[in-house]
Design a protein around this ligand. Structure first.
Ligand code: ADP
Ligand code: MG
Length: 702
């Protein structure tokens, strides 16, 4: 294959360093690198954040006609020269105000911004700019409020050429402005050479090849549909998304195949064991619990390493299933560990387990980070000797100093991605225990298959009998008294109450005034002077926290005021009311988790959210108690990244694909990937896959 262009310039492979471009020296390369751009591929796959359609540009003189009273929200685009730029402070509310006049030969338009003082430095009189924003009728006539701007030319400098219909815009990276970046992209597109694609024919059918797709997205042809471009649904987008999803799917399939080959300990079963386990149970299992446990038993006896995700709505009884699995191992000579995210939860589970085990409670062992030295030494000794068979703890379980006698099962509670590294560490120590992950948040089934496709899955889709729906209300902060009345009523019946506060400080990172936990404490003490109250938050020392929680669990404290430290797992069935302050500060799934802290007993429970904003979103919680539906809604509103908490979850960072939107495409990719894997990967495919995996951060996925 020829490597030389007509004018004898060598083609560059996509994996070339950015310094291969004219104008990218070491300084720019460093800036690019800090933003995660190393190669031409990185540069080219970062698509424009927006396209301006020249056909949609308006003359300033036309705007009057365009602007509809009440239609303030419509975004319009104008281009012109900045004539005036000034800053002031508004008299009311003392906000910083930046004002500019834009002229385009047909007229002038006032642009205004609130609290964006840096704009006065970024823009200069004489700049030729594109401005996008909503029009509104101000005191001086029509104006554009808070527009986004793009500098197209400065002073006597060259004006950006705009020949084609669509102008792609790129985010600036430090001193590398969008315009400069655009020039590098043009150069890269002219020089780059894409050898082969590893996409199987059945996935690439009807789609442009990779280089054409990149060209179409950086230099959209004039006949491209503007809506498709904006919706990221052109064939070129589909091509790139498919590449990403196929690499992802292949990675998952490889991992799964590797795991299925691993031999796991065979946990013996017998009728006696079954009888023994049954005797430990305080109640009849729900149908869903029975199904899930059966699936786990099949795994544990299969001779392969189990790697299963147990999903279930809050309150569906995941702990009991975990306990049974652990008992199966522990009662047949093995050790089982339960890993939880917080010490509060660890202590609580230890109590639950001791209660379930009755006479044999001594077989349990708590292991926490900040234990007293002597206590810890004893714990480690009991774990090493095998005397401790149910080990419950935080990540301290996986510290170097811990050595197990015969660890056969690890259960990870409430933190679905936690433990990947730990498992690798165990494997390095020659141990490969069975693994059961319990998810704190129900994950919509379709997405779970996509993201956790390498795990087997069990779902608890049934609540234990006798649960009543939780009375859920959304109250304006002005109506807070209704919430306190509800708390008072429940306390009078002998029940307990939670109050959740979003912040420890009155000004948190969002820089909006909030009622912080101290203010809330003062309020509660004034409103309920006779009632014992405990306050817990993340800044307390662990033992102090444990002490306060214990007083609430024991019923000595009647109100627990807390930050979201109580979000997961806390189980006090006498608590029947929860009030959440500033509910808008929480994600829907998070609120649903919080709500799950009440309604754990037979008494009717109440969940009251105080919020003056975003009530539309919060209404979803009033409307349904189905965690899967709430999760779906949350996912749609926030996107998969936020939903899973990207960093911890290790879900891949796609540049073009969208897990939610491209679900079908992903399952198609998975099918094809299975086939490709069955017939073996070529060397080229393997090299490509290695690169893609680094880029998608697939290595971080278990
Ligand atoms: P989650 O799935 O949210 O972790 P838990 O395991 O904490 O739920 O269980 C919630 C509550 O339901 C606990 O108080 C537990 O004792 C109770 N529970 C669990 N399984 C059953 C059952 N089969 N019948 C009755 N109550 C149950
Ligand atoms: Mg739980």
């Amino acid at each position: 294959m020829g490597c030389v262009t007509q004018d004898s310039l060598p083609y560059l492979p996509l994996i070339s360093k950015l310094t291969a471009l004219r104008g990218v020296g070491p300084a720019y390369a460093t800036i690019f690198s800090e933003a995660g751009f190393e190669t031409l591929r990185d540069l080219l796959w970062a698509l424009p954040y927006r396209y301006v359609d020249r056909g949609s540009l308006l003359k300033i003189s036309e705007l009057d006609r365009w602007h509809q009273p009440g239609g303030d929200r419509e975004i319009v685009t104008v281009m012109g020269t900045l004539k005036d730029l000034r800053q002031s402070t508004t008299r009311v509310q003392r906000m910083n105000l930046t004002e500019a006049l834009l002229e385009d030969g047909s007229g002038t338009l006032r642009l205004i911004w609130f609290n964006q003082p840096y704009l006065a430095r970024a823009l200069k009189v004489g700049d030729r700019i594109l401005a996008f924003g909503p029009l509104a009728l101000g005191r001086h006539g029509l104006e554009m409020r808070g527009p986004a701007c793009e500098v197209m030319g400065r002073g006597n400098g060259p004006e950006e050429a705009w020949v084609q219909r669509y102008l792609p815009l790129y985010r600036k990276l430090g001193p590398i402005t969008g315009r400069i970046r655009s020039r590098f992209i043009q150069e890269a597109l002219a020089k780059v050479h894409v050898t082969e694609s590893w996409l199987p024919i059945e996935l690439g059918r009807g789609l442009p090849d990779q280089l054409s797709a990149l060209k179409m997205l950086h230099q959209p042809p004039d006949d491209t549909d503007a809506r498709d471009l904006e919706a990221r649904s052109t064939p070129a987008h589909v091509r790139l998304a498919t590449e990403e999803l196929f690499a992802f799917a292949l990675g998952i399939c490889i991992r799964r195949a590797g795991r299925l080959k691993r031999r796991g300990s065979v946990v013996p079963t017998s009728p006696e064991l079954r009888e023994k386990l049954r005797a430990l149970l305080p109640f009849h299992l729900t149908g869903a619990q029975r199904r899930a446990f059966k699936e786990i038993v099949e795994d544990l006896t299969s001779g392969r390493v189990m790697h299963r995700l147990l999903q279930g709505d809050v309150g569906s009884g995941k702990t009991l299933v975990a306990f049974l699995a652990m008992a199966m191992v522990a009662e047949t000579g093995g050790q089982a560990a339960l890993l939880v995210p917080t010490e509060v939860l660890a202590r609580q589970h230890a109590v639950t387990f001791s209660r379930l085990l009755g006479d044999e409670a001594a077989n349990t062992q708590l292991l926490l980070g900040p234990m007293k030295a002597a206590e810890k030494r004893e714990a480690l000794a009991r774990i090493a000797s095998g005397e401790a068979r149910y080990i419950i703890g935080t990540h301290a379980i996986f510290q170097e100093t811990v050595s197990f006698k015969n660890l056969q099962l690890v259960v990870v509670d409430e933190q679905h991605r936690f433990g990947v590294k730990q498992r690798e560490a165990l494997k390095d120590k020659g141990q490969d225990p069975h693994w059961l992950v319990m998810s704190a948040t129900p994950i919509p089934r379709s997405l779970a298959l996509a993201v956790f496709g390498d795990l087997e899955q069990s779902v608890l889709d049934e609540l234990p009998p006798g649960r009543q729906p939780i009375d859920t209300k959304l109250l304006d902060p002005d109506d807070a008294e209704r919430a306190w009345d509800a708390v008072e009523r429940e306390l009078a019946k002998g029940h307990q109450a939670y109050v959740v506060s979003p912040a420890i400080d009155p000004m948190d990172e969002a820089k909006v005034p909030l009622r912080d936990i101290q203010a809330m404490e003062a309020l509660l003490r004034a409103r309920f002077p006779e009632t014992a109250l405990e306050v817990v938050h993340g800044r307390l020392k662990a033992d102090e926290m444990a002490l306060r929680m214990k007083r609430f669990v024991a019923g000595e404290a009647r109100i627990l005021l807390a930050t979201t430290v109580i979000e997961v797992g806390v189980d006090v069935s006498n608590a029947t009311v929860m009030v959440v302050d500033h509910a808008e500060r929480f994600g829907l799934s998070q609120l649903h988790q919080l709500r799950g802290r009440v309604g754990r007993g037979s008494a009717r429970s109440h969940f009251l959210m105080l919020s003056g904003t975003e009530t539309q979103r919060l209404r979803a919680l009033v409307e349904t108690q189905d965690g899967f539906r709430i999760a779906q809604k949350d996912l749609e509103l926030r996107g998969p990244g936020e939903f899973f908490g990207t960093r911890q979850s290790g879900i891949p960072q796609f540049q073009v694909a969208d897990l939610l939107r491209d679900r079908k495409l992903l399952s198609q990719c998975r099918e094809v990937a299975e086939g490709v894997l069955a017939s073996g990967l070529s060397e080229g495919q393997q090299a490509w896959l290695r690169q893609e995996q680094v880029r998608l951060r697939l290595a971080e996925i278990s």
